[in-house]
Each structure stands twice: as structure tokens, then as C-alpha cells.
Design a protein around this ligand. Structure first.
Ligand code: PLP
Length: 428
């Protein structure tokens, strides 16, 4: 418990941290367990943010802790540039099994670093310069991944002079264009074709990088037909398809990877966030023929594939395969049903969408404009009632629900009760 005179973590942070990172709350926390975080003043918060899709098996899962501790006793760092160690190899073997074989794995530390690796690999293997990304996408904060990202000009402001030969295609968002899903798919494919026609010939494009469900951009689920068509275009022109599964991966959507919902397999896949239950770890998973062209010394890093993170990741996979994937799918359906009940009462809720426990709730005003104000109020009021929510969307008008895959019906009901109360306060 904090004494009255003691400064909060938030108050202490102001004099030691730059304002660069946009924090969703001013909350200071000391502990986590399952779906809950404990604040520095001892209150329990229901956490439906999961550290932005990281603690996918819940905070401090006992099995993750046990496996990490066992590894801690054995070896904390070996250095994958220096030696081989069991957890690293075993995790690579396991990820290859999960991906269906025919691939190899390279470990790094963060999502951005994995995406950097993926585009370096695509360039190295194809010997082509161009990359196509999508509007509303988010791929990270390093210079190259800032270039790939196209969800906010704020992320790029004053950093321009970014990576050359990157082009941006349209990602289907029928709700906003007012078209049917079929018309929207066609429109986006025509835009892609325009890029090839006006800007860069397809045989100059190394890769198309996309999130199979856009995260930061608004929890937007594309039509399967769009992903299938992009796959066909890549095959026709020898372009590599990279799926950034950093937010969609590791059970978030009720399957291990989101591509499994669409039946469209990428050539290269990037993983991070939920991969190791909260430990920093990321991975590039790519077809063997591509990986075998990544000659020694052409990519690297000191900490990638840390033994403790790899051991934790193996525990996460065991838990997901042992029942949490099924729970995520079932709880995702239940949560969407309950949210849809709220939608009946509040017309400002335009749509509930998502896969598994990656659920977006988009708000529009009566005039049909993105309603960022209601989203901001909902987040604020929910936090006062000890429920942590995040928003997303290029217009900040989408609430994103990211509970752990271990979430229970009771916890979802608790969240729904809070949201219902907040909506009543906002809309009367
Ligand atoms: N790609 C996606 C889809 C993400 O959501 C994120 C982070 O939010 C990243 C990449 C970047 O990951 P990191 O913050 O670990 O660099």
C-alpha cells in the first residue's frame, strides 16, 4: 500500500521519462495474476489490454513461471551467435511444427526487429528493392518499420527521409467506403494493380507485408477473398508474402495464427508480443528455400532467442495447445454475443467485429462520423471502475478488447457490466 505522502509512479515518471511513449493510463501497478493487475495502491483491475496483446495466457501464469525459473537456474544467456542451447532449438522445432513444416526460424527480441528481419530476408532472397505495405498498417517504431507503418502521420513526422521504395496499398474497410465486401475487395485489388501500373513493376517488388487482421488500424478483418487474391498476385509475380502476426498470433484469434482462419499461408511470418508470455522474444518464420539464402553474417543480434524467453514460449505453446486456444475461440464468441446485446441499445456502436479474442467495437456519431469522443470517455470511465480498455483505429474510434486466452465467462460478464454502466453514463 502506498502512503498518502508517497508520490505515485506516474508522478515520479514525469521527471525521469520522456513523454515519447503514449501511455493509455496513468496507472502504476506492482503485480499481475491471470486477468488482473494490482495497482500500487492495492486495487485489482480487470485487464482487457494484456500489455497490448502480450500476456495472452494471463499474467504470471504458474506454468510459464515454473519453466522460466527452471531455465533461469540453468543458463540466462548463451548468445545465439556463440553457442547452441536446448530451449532455442526446441522452440524453433515447435514453431516449425505449428506452421506445418517446410520452414526455418530466426529469433529476435521485438516485433519491429522481426519485421526488419523479414524485409531484409525478402530483399536478400529476391534481390528486388520494393516493398508494398498497407494504409492503416502498423509494423513498429524502428526507421524501417516506421516506413512500413501507415496508420498515423504522427509516427512519421520529423523522421521523413525514411526507407526508399515502399508503396502503400488499400486495405479493405467496407464499413468506411460504404461498399459491399465484394465491391471493396475489388476496389482494393484495383488500387494494388495501379501501384504496379504507375509506380513499381511487380518484378521489382520483393514483398507485400500485411497484418492478416489489422491491429492498430482498427481491428479490421479483411474478406478471405482479398487475402486469397493477394496470395495469387504474389505467386504470379514471384513476390514474397509477409504476414505480420505480431498482434494476431499466439492464440489471440482462437487459432495459433490468424492465417489459419483464411487458409492463406504466407512465405514469411513474423511473431512477437504473446510469443513468450511477457518475456521479450520475436521470430521470423520463413520457407526453408528463403532462409537457406540468408548467408552467415548477413543478419544477427545479441539477445535474440534468450534462453529464459524461449523456455517461457514453450510453456505458452503447451498451454495454448492444452486448451487455451479452444477457450479463446469459445470466449470470443460469447464476448461478441454479449457486446452485440449492447449494440442493440446503443446505436453509436456501429459494429462489433473480430476473430477469437481480438475484438473491436467501432463507434460512429449520428451523422456517420468516427466517434472518438465516446471511445475516449468509455476508456476513462471503465478505468475508474477498474477495467482496463484500449482503443485503436486511425480515427481512434474503436475500442479493442484484448483479454487473455484464459479469460472466464465470469470475467467477461464483469467487463460487460462495467461497459454497460459506462455507456449509460455517456449516452443516458
Ligand atoms: N506489428 C504489429 C502488428 C504490432 O501490433 C506491433 C506492436 O504493436 C508491432 C509490429 C511492433 O512490435 P514491437 O512493439 O514489439 O516492436
Amino acid at each position: 500500500m502506498q502512503s498518502i505522502t508517497q508520490k505515485s509512479l506516474y508522478e515520479r515518471a514525469a521527471s525521469v521519462l520522456p513523454p515519447a511513449a503514449l501511455r493509455a493510463t496513468t496507472l502504476g501497478v506492482t503485480k499481475g495474476s491471470g486477468s488482473f493487475l494490482q495497482s500500487e495502491d492495492g486495487r485489482l483491475y480487470l485487464d482487457f489490454a494484456s500489455g497490448v496483446g502480450v500476456t495472452n495466457v494471463g499474467h504470471n501464469h504458474p506454468i510459464v513461471m515454473e519453466k522460466a525459473k527452471e531455465q533461469l537456474e540453468q543458463l540466462i544467456h548463451g548468445g545465439h551467435n556463440v553457442v547452441y542451447y536446448p530451449a532455442y532449438i526446441e522452440l524453433a522445432e515447435t514453431l516449425i511444427r505449428l506452421q506445418g513444416g517446410g520452414c526455418k526460424v530466426y529469433f529476435s527480441n521485438s516485433g519491429a526487429e522481426a519485421n526488419e528481419g523479414a524485409i531484409k530476408l525478402a530483399k536478400k532472397a529476391s534481390k528486388r528493392p520494393g516493398i508494398i505495405s498497407f494504409k492503416r498498417s502498423f509494423h513498429g517504431r524502428t526507421m524501417a518499420t516506421t516506413t512500413l507503418t501507415a496508420s498515423s502521420s504522427l509516427y512519421r513526422k520529423d523522421y521523413e527521409g525514411l526507407l526508399p521504395s515502399v508503396y502503400y496499398a488499400d486495405y479493405p474497410y467496407a464499413l468506411r467506403t460504404g461498399l459491399t465486401e465484394e465491391e471493396e475487395t475489388k476496389r482494393c485489388l484495383e488500387r494494388l494493380d495501379e501501384i504496379f501500373h504507375y509506380l513499381i513493376a511487380p518484378d521489382q517488388v520483393a514483398a507485400i507485408i500485411m497484418e492478416p487482421v489489422q491491429g492498430e488500424g482498427g481491428y479490421i478483418v479483411p474478406p478471405a477473398a482479398f487475402l486469397k487474391a493477394v496470395r495469387e498476385i504474389c505467386d504470379a509475380h514471384g513476390i514474397l508474402l509477409i504476414f505480420d502476426e505480431i498482434q494476431t498470433g499466439f492464440g489471440r484469434t482462437g487459432k495459433m495464427f490468424a492465417w489459419q482462419h483464411f487458409g492463406v499461408k504466407p512465405d514469411i511470418m513474423t511473431l512477437a508480443k504473446g510469443i513468450a508470455g511477457g518475456f521479450p522474444l520475436s521470430a521470423v518464420v520463413a520457407r526453408t528455400e528463403l532462409m537457406d539464402q540468408w548467408a552467415p553474417g548477413t543478419h544477427g543480434g545479441t539477445f535474440g532467442g534468450n534462453p529464459v524467453a524461449c523456455a517461457a514460449s514453450l510453456a505458452v505453446i503447451e498451454l495454448l495447445e492444452g486448451g487455451l486456444l479452444d477457450n479463446a475461440a469459445a470466449m470470443g464468441r460469447y464476448f461478441q454475443e454479449r457486446l452485440n446485446e449492447l449494440k442493440q441499445t446503443y446505436p453509436a456502436i456501429k459494429v462489433i467485429r473480430g476473430l477469437g479474442l481480438m475484438i473491436g467495437m467501432e463507434f460512429m456519431t449520428e451523422e456517420g462520423h468516427p466517434d472518438a469522443r465516446s471511445v475516449s470517455l468509455l476508456k476513462e470511465k471503465a478505468l475508474e471502475k477498474q477495467l482496463i480498455l484500449l482503443s485503436c483505429g486511425t480515427d481512434k474510434n474503436v475500442i479493442r478488447f484484448i483479454p487473455p486466452t484464459s479469460v472466464s465467462k465470469g470475467e467477461i460478464d464483469q467487463a460487460i457490466a462495467v461497459i454497460r454502466q459506462c455507456l449509460a453514463e455517456i449516452f443516458g
